[in-house]
Ligand binder design. Structure first.
Ligand SMILES: Cc1cc2nc3c(=O)[nH]c(=O)nc-3n(C[C@H](O)[C@H](O)[C@H](O)COP(=O)(O)OP(=O)(O)OC[C@H]3O[C@@H](n4cnc5c(N)ncnc54)[C@H](O)[C@@H]3O)c2cc1C
Length: 559
């Protein structure tokens, strides 16, 4: 079938993108199968070298080279993080992917597609077709139960970055199209109103663009950070963009329908299986420094490091009926470590059941703004709260670690403040797997937590001590190492084996770990403030060499 030249640009753009996505999916699925096969093989855990147990640092076993120099340089270059003014932190790899995406769009804008219908090429129409071709992908990229997560392992919180890129590209392509069309309409009619809504096509096109502009403006990081609800609810203007877009040109419908259907299926699935899942809250505790710890029964399978969306319908009516907030699951899956509950130690406790049981899950919520403050105030009600328990609804779990930590001999976990929540879940899961199974190769775990003072340590004191105690009593020290270091940035405490004053020197710590670890790559997990994440990622690049690459997985509390 022959297509108009400009429509061809949009059509072939979608085909190209689908082929790229298919190739990535196949690579990912092969990788998943290999990982699964590897996991099901029983691991023979050797004894740690003397230097790995830190007993004899003078006599370090020399590491073997396992990587080529170009591989190491590529790893360093690709993962190096830089700060871009007005944008924030971005790795060179992410910048390259963004540049490739923009270049492909520019190529499709310029390519001279043939047509046998004799329809002339009109630049502004080409912009419109490319805009709606991009719109074909915008909905799956904003979908929580996304096909991209299933086929390519890209979790929602990472896809949302691509959603932003695609959204802005659509906006700029359609801005060019709309301005050029309005100018051309004005040139022929010399009337502003005629050029905006003189015909049905102009009118629907103008309205579609207007609602797109509102949606994109309200999605600016200023609104996302300081007025999240405004951003969230204004984003539903996209519905008007679609309706008016389809009325403007029917082809808009054909390009976007698959994405819209996938988005709709996600919403329905979440309504059926997610939104109405009210969980049984066992304990709500106001821990020190504005942290609320909630323990609940969550009989759903989840992976360490995942997060859920939480709603407390009666927290502050009427808005709390529809207010959903994301929080990481701080307890490890299928474990008894994380859900340790006790009525002592916190500022206040509204504990219904003080027993510790498998199948309980926890979240830790730190005060940020109005919502988390109200929750903390509620959790301080103590015995009153026991009489009127907190109703909690849950959606999820979501998220996916980019690294299979259990397949690395040495793991470094770094967290700052409440960023510990996904990290302690990973820590608990690793130690739990070391105790329970033979399918994990992780032998040495280094855990760093940066907090202002010893008060914040109480957020996870019981959990950390339980993990450490279990590791010390149940794991043979000649095979396993668990090293927990807590850095108190506003304290001048005398250093001990666990507590250190000031900030950690990440590069120095990585150097030491590398020296002691022998050869083989090291997995790094980090969650916390952006400067800490940047420091860890760049240190991981700097310390990588032919004997060992530091491979980093980052979690941020931003969607
Ligand atoms: C994947 C993920 C995991 C998280 N895990 C934890 C955790 O384990 N513990 C913890 O204390 N905090 C966690 N957070 C942060 C937590 O979601 C916010 O602190 C909380 O939503 C703030 O709400 P607020 O109204 O009190 O504060 P606000 O002042 O309204 O918001 C503070 C910040 O949170 C963001 N935010 C606000 N509402 C939402 C929302 N509904 N959805 C997404 N972001 C929002 C805003 O962009 C803003 O930057 C996590 C965030 C994400 C994205």
């Amino acid at each position: 079938m022959a297509l108009k030249s400009d429509l061809s640009a949009g059509y072939y753009y979608v085909c190209t993108a689908l082929i790229v996505l298919l190739v990535i999916s196949i690579i990912y699925l092969i990788h998943q199968i290999m990982t699964y096969i590897n996991r099901t093989k029983k691991k023979d855990i050797p004894n740690l070298h003397k230097n790995e147990t830190y007993e004899n640092n003078d006599n370090i076993t020399p590491a073997r080279s396992i990587h080529l120099i170009p591989t190491v340089w590529f790893h360093k270059f690709w993962n190096h993080v830089i700060h871009i003014v007005g944008v924030g932190e971005m790795s060179i790899g992410t910048i390259i992917i963004l540049l490739i995406y923009l270049t492909v769009n520019i190529i499709f804008l310029a390519l001279p597609f043939e047509t046998d219908e004799g329809v002339p090429h009109v630049t502004s129409i080409r912009f419109a077709y490319l805009g709606i071709a991009n719109a074909a992908f915008i909905f799956p990229l904003a979908t929580r139960n996304s096909i991209f997560t299933t086929l390519m392992g890209i979790p929602f919180e990472r896809m949302i970055t691509y959603h932003r890129w695609v959204g802005r590209t659509i906006f700029w392509l359609l801005t060019f199209h709309a301005s050029a069309q309005i100018q051309s309409n004005y040139n022929s009619s010399k009337s502003v109103s005629n050029s905006l809504w003189g015909t049905d096509v102009y009118k629907w096109g103008f309205l579609a663009y207007l609602f797109l502009s509102i949606t994109v403006t309200m999605a600016n990081s200023v609104f996302r950070r300081f007025a999240f609800e405004w951003f969230y609810w204004s984003h539903f203007n996209f519905l008007f963009f679609i309706i008016f877009g389809c009325l403007h040109q029917k082809i808009f419908f054909y390009f976007t329908i698959t994405g819209i259907v996938l988005y709709g299926i996600d919403k329905i699935l979440r309504k059926i299986f997610g939104s109405f899942r009210t969980v049984n809250v066992t304990s709500v505790e106001a821990v020190s420094s504005g942290v609320t710890k909630i323990i609940f029964r969550f009989p759903t399978y989840y992976e360490a490091g995942q997060y859920i969306f939480v709603n407390f319908p009666f927290l502050k009516l009427p808005t709390s009926l529809i207010d959903w907030h994301p929080f990481s699951l701080s307890s490890p899956p299928l474990s008894s470590f994380g859900s340790s509950i006790s009525s002592s130690g916190g500022v206040n406790t509204a504990s219904i059941d003080d027993t510790v049981d498998e199948g309980f899950t926890s979240i830790h919520v730190k005060i940020q703004g109005g919502y988390t403050k109200t929750l903390y105030a509620k959790s301080q009600q103590g015995s009153q709260l026991t009489e009127t328990p907190l109703t909690m609804r849950v959606q999820g779990p979501y998220g996916k670690s980019s690294i299979d930590f259990s397949s690395y001999k040495t793991v470094l976990l770094v967290s700052g403040g409440v960023g510990i929540t996904p990290i302690i879940s990973i820590l608990g899961d690793l130690v739990d797997s070391q105790i329970k199974s033979n399918y994990i190769v992780t032998q040495a775990i280094h855990f760093l937590w940066v907090i202002p003072d010893i008060g914040s340590y109480s957020w996870f004191e019981k959990e950390l001590e339980k993990i450490q105690q279990s590791a010390a009593t149940l794991l043979p020290p000649e095979k396993y190492l668990l090293d927990i270091q807590v850095f108190l940035t506003r304290s001048t405490t005398t250093p001990s084996s666990k507590f250190f004053p000031g900030r950690p020197n990440i590069r120095k710590i990585m150097k030491l770990i590398k020296q002691n670890h022998g050869s083989g790559d090291i997995a790094v997990g980090v969650c916390g403030p952006a400067p800490l994440i940047k420091e860890v990622r760049n240190a991981a690049g700097s310390e990588s060499d032919v004997t060992c690459l530091f491979k980093t997985h980052t979690e941020t509390f931003e969607l």
